[in-house]
Design a binder for this molecule. Structure first.
Ligand SMILES: [Zn+2]
Length: 73
């Protein structure tokens, strides 16, 4: 499997989803799936490997918005 538990990943395209891999498993068909916990909301979502890329950034606090944003290193 490409990713392991505790890796940080980002959804490849579409809506923003950045978070930590919390489970990696295979379906009965042998296809890989990952449960990713979104970094800010804690929401869980299941992705296949093609939907994810490694995330090497970090969560930073924005004084303007008074919210956390993701920033790339
Ligand atoms: Zn901001």
């Amino acid at each position: 499997m490409k990713y392991k538990i505790r890796d940080w990943v980002k959804k490849y395209n579409g809506y923003e989803f950045v978070g930590e891999v919390r489970a990696a498993f295979t379906k009965t068909t042998g296809e890989t799936r990952y449960v990713v916990e979104e970094g800010k909301s804690g929401m869980l979502h299941i992705f296949n490997e093609n939907q994810l890329v490694p995330f090497n950034g970090k969560l930073v606090y924005c004084e303007t918005c008074q919210l956390y944003h993701y920033a790339m290193d």
